[in-house]
Design a protein around this ligand. Structure first.
Ligand code: PEP
Ligand code: MG
Length: 886
């Protein structure tokens, strides 16, 4: 047969490898049948038919009708019942089943094959009139809803009226006669709404249901679900037609759902619920409270009603054996549906169970230790991005949330605290021991101290690589950015959102992993880093090729990064050091100086400060490479922005207000991102880079002397476009090194290299590598300059671009492999051609993104560098990439 695949009764036309053709449910039913598990017989109409059905203008071809007849004959012969037979009727279920599960999106019809005659036969055969008529009314109700698409409210209402008239509260109080009467009412409703009587021909019923399942593939909710989950429309759904088994045939019957291990904690314990004398949808619908599966779970929950283990010990033992068999067979935790019909167990579904990050980790490590899977498989089983959930305190999933709005999930983790609207207030409150949430329209480098002091950061503007997002991730502070519906009034110290007001001092909670902003405090739970986490990380380290470094610029960040397993610093941004209160005045004096002599005088004040910064970092990173990037941002960022500040700053810097304003005006740029920044600063004011380089080498020698172990400084020049720029800057750095080495009579090993952040640099990488000893891909700027999209303004429209499929993902989050990626691989190739073995890394935000890391493995970079909290994610992603490449 071409479109129909049978299973059950010793036949399996398909198996678990046929998911694309049979859908997940169909493939696993065939597989379970093939390994001898009790599966009600049935057949699957393949997804290829769904595609053809739409191609043919929603028609069923004749050959399908013949194949389905053969499928029904198969079920009839196994069950020894006849479809549509008045004495011995076969009833079937008709269910959808796509390649991947689409929970609640698709349609199901149960008890199909009942009509005015077969209902009598069913009653006689089962010896239970009530059961037969209950099944018939359920069937009419479901069919009317799913296939005929009639208003189901009217059906529910009639049931309520019937119960009321009888003075009943529960469905179980309804007698056979009551159901019979309701069936008459239901048939009347169908005729009234549909204009035709309820179909009595079982073949009409069947084809109506098959058409409805195919039709549900194009329903609005299925389309939306597919869009959200990247499921192609041409996959189609399969249809499973299967003999009904009844969990509602009295007290020796039951239905349930189970996981072979705990899907939330990962413990090795069967986990699930069941209901005696019920059909599947009763468990899902929550009409009756389900009972526990195991005695242990019931006792732990202090619940009364007997567990399945206690109520049906024999069937339970059989079920437990099936759980073990399925887990061994599939080598993964399974999510299972079963039915017990008069003490006989039937399996209705199995699939790999969804689980939390914590459970994924525990299950992977346990299964490898049990010998069920290899360590490599364990590594591949855990989604690196999900580790995020484990590294930060998270919101207690059981706590109540009053959600005000949602922004971008810019930096994961949860935080609660009092609202403050400026960085100084944040610092003051934190010094007084208060937890605060810093709320800003957007943040700038001047807010760093407040961001550090705050427990969490909320901004109304900015995308995933905005200042707030990058800095917050680096600090491990939860951050929600770009919450566009916020309106912030800094003067009145109030923010408004969704018609509500939040004032300074009110408590907010942020969930940086979802972007949710909540009013009031929500309880959190702390992460656990030892145990399974440590074990899996150690396994990952054994297989990865890529080294993992951290983007870090404070000793604390460096320590966090080392604790998380970083093998060096891939990017130490130096500009944040310049904003420190103690030295901002000297920085401003340098900027305001009229000539080189004035600048040097100011820089001399900065030298010891800068040396102390590097010494502290090098001490933490001793023995490891530390890439220090020389000053990058435009100088005007260091000057005051607000009129009110000018007088104070002018006095502190020793100039008059007019001079200050004139200089600020001179430095003003229309497009600072493409302006006087990066190595352009070093080209115009070489003394700035010279002093920074001197501070680096002095600090390296100091640490080497003190601890006996030197760091390996890698001095990095930002925003280089041409060979000549790098040549000039390298000369400045080398000269500073020679001077320091001569003064001290000692040397340290060091490298001078460049960031590749501009398309020109990528194209001319061959020439640039004649000078540069390493490349680090600054993919934040490289994305911005290649796409011509400002990283600070992208949030406003990029989501629309992603929705419309112009970019598959936000290119500032996950590398645009086709475009920016081509420049990266081209630069790597040209760089290597000039300087074989040139050290290559990435330090843009993409260095912590698993998909981008997979690309870095392909291109053969030497390392990726990510913010400290993403180091473990990068380690696991690098291991997975290495395994894939094998
Ligand atoms: C980059 O551009 O990718 C980079 C790492 O530098 P920054 O984010 O500081 O511009
Ligand atoms: Mg950059």
């Amino acid at each position: 047969m071409t479109y129909v695949y049978r299973f059950g009764g010793g036949v399996s036309d398909g198996g678990k490898g046929d998911k694309n053709l049979l859908g997940g449910k169909g493939a696993n039913l065939a597989e379970m049948a093939s390994i001898g598990l009790p599966v009600p017989p049935g057949f699957t109409i393949s997804t290829a038919m769904c595609t053809r059905y739409y191609e043919d203008g929603e028609q069923f071809p004749q050959d399908l009708r013949e194949e389905v007849a053969a499928g029904i004959a198969h079920i009839e012969s196994v069950t020894e019942k006849r479809f549509g037979d008045a004495q011995n009727p076969l009833l079937v279920s008709v269910r959808s089943g796509a390649r991947v599960s689409m929970p609640g999106m698709m349609d199901t019809v149960l008890n199909l094959g009942l009509n005015d005659e077969t209902v009598e036969g069913l009653a006689k055969k089962a010896g239970d009139e009530r059961f037969a008529w209950d099944s018939y009314r359920r069937f009419i109700q479901m069919y009317a809803d799913v296939v005929l698409e009639l208003d189901h409210g009217a059906f529910e209402e009639s049931l309520e009226i019937a119960k009321e008239d009888n003075g009943f509260t529960l469905d179980t109080e309804m007698t056979a006669e009551d159901w019979k009467k309701l069936v008459t009412v239901y048939k009347g409703l169908v005729e009234e709404q549909w204009g035709k009587p309820f179909p009595q021909d079982v073949q009409d019923q069947l084809w109506g249901a098959v058409g409805a399942v195919f039709g549900s593939w194009q329903s609005e909710r299925a389309k939306v679900y597919r869009r959200l989950n990247d499921i192609p429309a041409d996959w189609g759904t399969a249809v499973n037609v299967q003999a009904m088994v009844f969990g509602n045939m009295g007290d020796t019957s039951a239905t349930g759902v189970a996981f072979t291990r705990d899907p939330s904690k990962g413990d090795r314990a069967y986990y699930g619920e069941f209901l005696i004398n019920a059909q599947g949808e009763d468990v899902v619908a929550g009409i009756r409270t389900p009972q526990y599966l195991t005695k242990a779970a019931r006792e732990e929950a202090n619940a009364k009603p007997a567990s399945m283990e206690e109520a049906m010990p024999e069937v339970y033992a059989e079920l437990a054996a099936v759980f073990d068999q399925l887990e061994t067979h599939y080598r993964d935790m399974q999510d299972i549906e079963f039915t017990v019909e008069q003490a006989k167990l039937w399996m209705l579904q199995t699939r790999s169970g969804k689980r939390t990050a914590k459970a994924a980790l525990k299950i992977a490590v346990d299964m490898a230790n049990e010998g069920l899977i290899t360590r490599e498989e364990a590594i591949a089983r855990v989604d690196p991005a999900a580790l995020d959930q484990l590294l930060h305190p998270t919101l207690d999933p059981n706590a109540k949330r009053d959600v005000l709005t949602k922004g971008l999930p810019a930096s994961p983790g949860a935080a609660s605290g009092k609202v403050v609207f400026d960085a100084d207030a944040a610092e003051r409150a934190a010094a007084a021991g208060e937890a605060v949430i810093l709320v800003r329209v957007e943040t700038s480098p001047e807010d760093i101290h407040g961001m550090h002091a705050a427990k969490g950061i909320l901004t109304a503007r900015g995308g995933m690589t905005s200042h707030a997002a990058v800095v917050a991730r680096g600090m491990g502070r939860p951050c929600v950015s770009g919450a566009g519906s916020l309106s912030i009034d800094n003067k009145a110290k109030v923010m408004r959102v969704a018609g509500r007001e939040v004032r300074e001092g009110d408590i907010l909670t942020l969930d940086g992993s979802t972007g949710e902003v909540m009013l009031g405090e929500v309880a959190t739970v702390q992460p656990e880093l030892a145990g399974d986490f440590g074990t899996l990380m150690a396994w990952a380290d054994e297989v990865r090729r890529l080294k993992v470094r951290a983007n870090a610029e404070t000793p604390l960040d460096c320590q966090t990064a080392r604790d998380f397993g970083a093998e060096g610093v891939g990017l130490c941004r130096t500009e944040h050091m310049f904003f420190d209160q103690a030295r901002i005045t000297a920085v401003r004096q340098m900027i305001l100086a009229a000539d080189e002599a004035g600048r040097r005088a100011a820089l001399d004040k900065l030298l010891p400060e800068q040396r102390a910064d590097f010494t502290a970092i090098f001490e933490v990173m001793a023995g490891l490479p530390v890439t220090v990037r020389l000053l990058d941002p435009p100088l005007h960022e260091f000057l005051p922005q607000q009129e009110a500040e000018f007088a104070e700053v002018a006095t502190a810097a020793g100039v008059d207000v007019d001079t200050l304003k004139r200089r600020a005006n001179e430095l003003h740029e229309f497009n600072p991102m493409l302006g006087h920044r990066g190595c352009r600063l070093g080209v115009t004011y070489p003394e700035i880079y010279e002093i920074q380089a001197r501070a680096i080498f002095e600090a390296a020698l100091d640490v080497a002397e003190k601890s006996g172990e030197a760091p390996i400084p890698e001095v990095m020049i930002p925003l280089v476009a041409t060979r000549r720029e790098l040549e000039l800057m390298k000369a400045v750095v080398d000269k500073a090194a020679q001077a320091v080495f001569a003064e001290r009579g000692k040397t340290v090993e060091y490298l001078v290299g460049t960031m590749i952040e501009l398309p020109r640099a990528a194209l001319k990488a061959g020439e640039i590598a004649e000078v540069g000893e390493f490349f680090s891909f600054g993919t934040n700027d490289l994305t911005q300059t290649t796409l011509g999209v400002s990283r600070d303004d992208a949030a406003r429209f990029l989501s629309t671009y992603v929705e419309k499929g112009i970019y598959a993902k936000d290119p500032f989050v996950s590398l645009d492999v086709d475009g920016v990626g081509e420049l990266v691989s081209l630069a790597a190739e040209r760089g290597r051609a000039t300087r074989p073995g040139i050290k290559l890394g990435i330090c843009g935000e993409h260095g912590g993104d698993p998909a981008s890391i997979a690309f870095c493995e392909q291109v053969g970079l030497d390392y990726v560098s990510a913010s400290p909290y993403r180091v473990p994610i990068a380690r696991l992603a690098a291991a997975q990439a290495a395994l894939k490449a094998r």
